[in-house]
Design a protein around this ligand. Structure first.
Ligand code: SF4
Length: 193
């Protein structure tokens, strides 16, 4: 059986590959204890899409399950306008467009294309301040697309046993520090949950 990894893992993988494992183990607990009220508001906004309450227009696809055989990824899109070929990912608040954000949009784009849809535009929407952030298509940003492919390949081939963390600052700020079997920062540094 083919193994497909979740698109959302790309962001975790960039922070620390091990955090994917701990996210799976402690995911719902850490979300409840780690997310403050503003973030939970943001999750509620996202749930409107998950529950398909965002739009009833038939050219708007919401919360569609997607997958890619080529990249061995699966997940869901937020909003895709099939007429305009416009893919939108909503976030509660955007300060910075991190590589992980872009990789998630690229992954969604590649999945949709593999499934036969035409994707012509990518963008983020920051709902707090009502701002739009257009993102170039993968073919229009060769360097970033290569970075996406390299990151995905590393994630697909990741070997947890041999992983050695390198960045102490990340461990200090990691919410899984108390549970991790090889943190660089002392346990309880951040009080855990
Ligand atoms: S404590 Fe460090 S090594 Fe462990 S999951 Fe967090 S960042 Fe990764």
């Amino acid at each position: 059986m083919e193994l497909y990894l979740k698109i959302s893992y790309l962001n975790d993988f960039i922070f620390c590959p091990l955090s994917i494992y701990y996210h799976q183990l402690y995911g719902s607990l850490s979300e409840r204890l780690y997310y403050g009220a503003p973030q939970l508001d943001g999750k509620a906004a996202h749930e409107a899409i998950d529950e398909k309450r965002y739009s009833t227009h038939k050219n708007i696809l919401q919360s569609l399950d997607i997958y890619s055989d080529e990249y061995k990824l699966c997940g869901k899109i937020d909003i895709f306008d099939t007429e305009k070929g416009l893919l939108t990912e909503r976030k509660k608040h955007i300060e910075t467009i991190y590589d992980g954000y872009v990789f998630q949009l690229y992954a969604q784009c590649m999945c949709l294309r593999e499934m036969g849809y035409t994707v012509k535009q990518l963008r983020f929407y920051s709902s707090d301040d009502n701002k739009l952030y257009p993102i170039p298509l993968p073919e229009d940003d060769v360097q970033m697309f290569e970075k996406f492919k390299t990151t995905n390949k590393a994630m697909q081939n990741f070997n947890m046993e041999s992983f050695v963390p390198q960045n102490e600052d990340k461990c200090k700020n990691c919410i899984y520090n108390d549970f991790c079997d090889r943190p660089l920062a002392p346990k309880s540094y951040n009080g855990g949950f």
